[in-house]
Design a protein around this ligand. Structure first.
Ligand code: 7PM
Length: 288
C-alpha cells in the first residue's frame, strides 16, 4: 500500500519555504479591537506582536492574522478598517520576527496590500469567491487555503442541510474551487485544502467530516484543519470556550492521523506536543 503520510509537500510562501512533509501548527492571531483587553499595559499592535512571538517560540510555523469578519453571524468590517487593523501587524511580524504570516481575508485589496508587505499565505474562508479575490491571489503567487463553507458567515449556521453525505459535498465543492483557482493561474501545488469545520455544519456534520477526512488527501494537496475551541467541542463535552483545550487536542490528533498537515489553533504549545507525538507514532510501521 502506498504510504499516505509520505507525500512530499512544499509550499512556496514568498521568502519562506514551508515544508509540509510533516504536520505543522498555525497559530491564530485575532486583531479585532476587543482582542486586546489587557488593561492597557500595551497598545494593540505591541500586544499582537507579543502574542505572535510567544506562538512562534511555542513552535508555530505560521501565524494566521484575521479580523472578526469570518465568525458565524458577523457582518463584514469596512475595507479601510480591515486594512488598518491587519497591515501594521503584517509589517511588524515580517520585519521584526521574520514570521511566515497568513492572512485570513476574503478581500483582494487586503491580499494585495498584505502580499506587498511580506505576507506568505492567503487563508480565505470564502475560497476566493468575492470579486477580485481570485485575481489578487493569483497575482501574489502565494499559496491559498481553499475552505469549504455552506452559505455565508451571516447565515451559515441557521439550518445547514446537505443533500448528500457531508464528506462528498465537501469534496465536490473543493474540486470545483481547485479548478477555478487553476483556471485563474494559481498553481495547483500552491493550494491547501480545508474541510471548513464549523462553517455551515451541525455538530454531527463536523464529527463525521473529521472521521471521514482521510479521502480528502486523494487530491494530493496538503490538508488544513481548524477546530480549535469550536462549538463542536462545546456541544459534545458541554464546555464553555475557555475549557475546550483537551477536546481540541483530541481533535488535532485525529486530524493529523487522518492526513492533516496544518492544524490551525489558539493553543500552540500544547498542540505542537500533541501533533508531534501523534506524528512520531505514525512514522513507525507505515510503509515508506
Ligand atoms: C467564531 C467561530 C469565531 C469560528 C471564530 C471562528 C477557520 C478559518 C476561522 C478554519 C480556516 C476560528 C473561526 N476558522 N480558516 N478561520 N479554517 N482555513 O475558530 O477552520 O477562528 S474563524
Amino acid at each position: 500500500m502506498q504510504d499516505r503520510y509520505a507525500m512530499p509537500m512544499q509550499l512556496r510562501c514568498g521568502r519562506h519555504q514551508l515544508d509540509l512533509s510533516y504536520p505543522r501548527v498555525m497559530g491564530i492571531l485575532n486583531v479585532t479591537p476587543d482582542s486586546f483587553s489587557d488593561g492597557g499595559r500595551h497598545n494593540a499592535l505591541d500586544e499582537a506582536v507579543y502574542r505572535a512571538e510567544t506562538m512562534l517560540a511555542e513552535g508555530a510555523a505560521i501565524i494566521d492574522i484575521g479580523g472578526e469578519s469570518t465568525r458565524p453571524g458577523a457582518s463584514p468590517v469596512p475595507l479601510q478598517e480591515e486594512l488598518d487593523r491587519v497591515l501594521p501587524v503584517v509589517e511588524r511580524l515580517v520585519s521584526e520576527l521574520d514570521a511566515l504570516v497568513s492572512l485570513d481575508t476574503s478581500r483582494g485589496e487586503v491580499m494585495r496590500e498584505a502580499a506587498s508587505r511580506g505576507a506568505g499565505m492567503i487563508n480565505d474562508v470564502r475560497s476566493l469567491r468575492w470579486p477580485g479575490a481570485l485575481e489578487a491571489a493569483a497575482m501574489s503567487g502565494l499559496p491559498v487555503c481553499v475552505m469549504h463553507m455552506l452559505g455565508e458567515p451571516t447565515d451559515m449556521q441557521l439550518a445547514p442541510h446537505y443533500e448528500m453525505p457531508i464528506e462528498e459535498a465537501v469534496a465536490a465543492f473543493l474540486e470545483t474551487r481547485i479548478a477555478e483557482c487553476e483556471a485563474a493561474g494559481i498553481r495547483r501545488e500552491q493550494l491547501v485544502l480545508d474541510p471548513g469545520f464549523g462553517f455551515g455544519k451541525r455538530v454531527e456534520h463536523n464529527l463525521r467530516l473529521l472521521n471521514r477526512m482521510q479521502p480528502l488527501t486523494d487530491f494530493g494537496l496538503p490538508l488544513l484543519a481548524g477546530m480549535s475551541r469550536k462549538s463542536m467541542i462545546g456541544k459534545v463535552l458541554a464546555r464553555p470556550v475557555e475549557e475546550r483545550l483537551s477536546g481540541g487536542l483530541a481533535l488535532a490528533t485525529m486530524a493529523v492521523e487522518r492526513g492533516a498537515r496544518i492544524v490551525r489553533v489558539h493553543d500552540v504549545g500544547p498542540t505542537v506536543d500533541a501533533v508531534n507525538m501523534t506524528w512520531a507514532v505514525l512514522q513507525e510501521g507505515t510503509d515508506a
